[in-house]
Design a binder for this molecule. Sequence first.
Ligand code: MN
Length: 332
Amino acid sequence: MQPFRPNEPAYAGVGVTFCRVPLVLDADGLAGADVAILGAPFDDGVSNRPGARFGPRAIRAADDLGWPPKRPHMDLGIDPFASLKVVDCGDIDAAPADLATSHERLRAAVAGILAAGAMPLVLGGDHSLSFPTLQALAAAHGSDGYAVIHFDTHTDTGADVLGVANSHGTPFYRGVTEGVLDGSHIFQIGLRGAWPGPTEFDWMRKHGFRWRTMDECVDRGLDEVIYEAIDWANSTAPRVYLTIDVDVLDPAYAPGTGTPEPGGFTTRELLHAIRKIARGVDLCAMDVVEVAPPYDVADITALAANRIVLETISAIALRRGGQRPRPERSEI
Ligand SMILES: [Mn+2]
């Protein structure tokens, strides 16, 4: 299915898939796909400001340069769309006010993409979506068959948030307690602020979690932490799930999110880090979550998320060696 006319102007047409890649709404369309974009438009798991249900559409619409997609990466010297087969599976059928049902539908959709041999790339939606993703990954690879690199302000390891167990603040707690995530297989980067507290950190220590706070990233330098995470991931499991809560960015760079926390990364720092990770490990799943367009300004946050996705798939294309890289350098 291809609902676009060739060379249609960026502002025209019926709406966009991610970079206008083909829309795939059945399992047959996944044949041969390397990456499958999937929207998870629900935010029933948020503890503060809602709005992330509008994230998938905003991330897709943040950058639309027409069809067919071409995105030559100036520094990596590769166009991901020339090397990889990238499709957009649209959004899961989210159930308003019924988070458990939305989770089950996301789990099934992610499982279908994994079964087809493609990498699910989920556009959130709130961070509770990591729990069904962990379920699907454990079913496909075993609970110790993958590692997690997790960028976030918050650890999302609460037993509950304000008494609610199925929340965007609990997916990695639930992952461990429900047997789909090995606590010693997750590495968290960028933590700051006042949540969680000592109780949750003690629980994380007990289960083997690794984390590097924002202060540690500043003191040691982000590159050193990123190389540490890559080396750790490659010695821990054969594949990696990369999950990016956009609130790891400073609110100056990502105002459109539900639980902003000052003191975060710049967009440039995060894109640079993601590029290294996606080149350095074998990604089996990825998501970018908590983009809440009602609080966004001039699409800053949606555009950052769009570029997080593009940076990831560009680095995957380079890792898989589908083209001869030709970085653009002046050579004088
Ligand atoms: Mn989060």
